[in-house]
Design a binder for this molecule. Structure first.
Ligand SMILES: Nc1nc2c(ncn2[C@@H]2O[C@H](COP(=O)(O)OP(=O)(O)OP(=O)(O)O)[C@@H](O)[C@H]2O)c(=O)[nH]1
Ligand SMILES: [Mg+2]
Length: 306
């Protein structure tokens, strides 16, 4: 007869560890970053109501005893008009290639992708795809049923989940299904790791979020943020960051009359940074012109776009 301790050990060994890459893909502004943050339980990705808020592929890792899910938030799919956008779409392309599960997100009322080639990839995907219809909190039951039928016809082999990433509706159900679909594999990252990005990346993103929220039209799209100094001691983090724009005229707009516009960005960013790092933050912001950085390969490389 088997000893109880032996049985326990055997049971433990037989619980397989699951691990894999789950990549969130879709049009701009549908709620991809909101969903990743909901899965991870932290604000890793910035969120605004403007399209093209996310510019990078950002990992958010959810760890359990017998699983590790590595989510990727990606930029919204667009037809690229300049080199920065081309690099953003390269991130989406790689997210297609290394996924174990694809979360294809649409928002209620949306018809198709902005880029047909990407949509064909979804239709022909051999990797499991879960189609998530987000923002159902804004729609009637009737509209939802009509949408589900529409997508089911386009993607007959795909499982469809209505979702509200904002109100946390169906997020757990999607997560449970992901765990079922993941392959058996050892963890790819240490079990206490939450993301692949260093602290400075999140500083840059938090500042960029405030710029997206505070300036109109083209301005936020011409901005890149670079943190030159990040010094942490016991009580306080001292941060010095540079806001880069493409032209002199944009520099003036960012700073604003007597510096009031920039001050506003600084106050809002500092509050969020203190929340993110759980510590007092001293933030210094500078504005510099980096002429046409969005179209220069060496600058894009410097900012991590290649
Ligand atoms: N009503 C509602 N709004 C949502 C929901 N999910 C996200 N939003 C809002 O939609 C807007 C875009 O959300 P993001 O998460 O930034 O969207 P995204 O797909 O990451 O956008 P890009 O990074 O620009 O591609 C924000 O204003 C969110 O608050 C939802 O379930 N319901
Ligand atoms: Mg996003």
């Amino acid at each position: 007869m088997l000893q109880p301790r032996y049985i326990l050990r055997k049971l433990k060994m037989e619980t397989p560890h699951k691990s894999g890459f789950v990549n969130i893909i879709g049009n701009p502004n549908v709620g991809k970053s909101t969903l990743m943050n909901a899965f991870v339980g932290e604000k890793l990705s910035i969120i605004t109501s403007k399209a093209q808020t996310t510019r990078h592929r950002i990992l958010g890792i959810v760890n359990g005893d017998d699983f590790q899910v590595i989510f990727s938030d990606t930029p919204g799919i667009i037809k690229p008009a300049y080199q920065l956008q081309q690099s953003m779409m390269d991130f989406v392309k790689t997210a297609f290639e290394d996924a174990d599960v694809i979360l294809y997100m649409v928002e209620i009322g949306q018809k198709g992708l902005k880029d047909e080639n990407f949509f064909k990839k979804i239709q022909q995907s051999k990797i499991p795809v879960l189609l998530l219809i987000n923002k159902i909190d804004t729609a009637s039951q009737e509209a939802l049923e009509e949408q589900m039928a529409y997508w089911q016809e386009l993607l007959p082999r795909t499982e469809i989940y209505p979702l509200s990433a904002l109100e946390n509706f169906n997020v757990q159900e999607v997560f449970d299904r992901i765990i079922e679909l993941l392959p058996e594999a050892p963890p790819y990252y240490p079990k206490d790791q939450l993301t692949d990005r260093p602290e400075r990346f999140f500083v840059n993103e938090i500042i960029r979020e405030k710029i997206l929220l505070n300036y109109k039209k083209e301005i936020p799209y011409a901005v890149e943020v670079e943190t030159e100094e990040f010094v942490e001691d016991e009580k306080i983090i001292r941060i010095r960051s540079v806001i880069m724009v493409e032209r002199d005229s944009q520099k003036g707009i960012i700073i604003g009359h007597k510096g009031t516009a920039l001050k506003k960005v600084g106050v809002a960013a500092r509050a969020d940074l203190e929340k993110f790092f759980g510590k007092q933050v001293h933030l210094e912001l500078f504005v510099k012109v980096n002429k046409d950085w969005r179209s220069k390969a060496n600058q894009l490389k410097r900012f991590g776009y290649q």
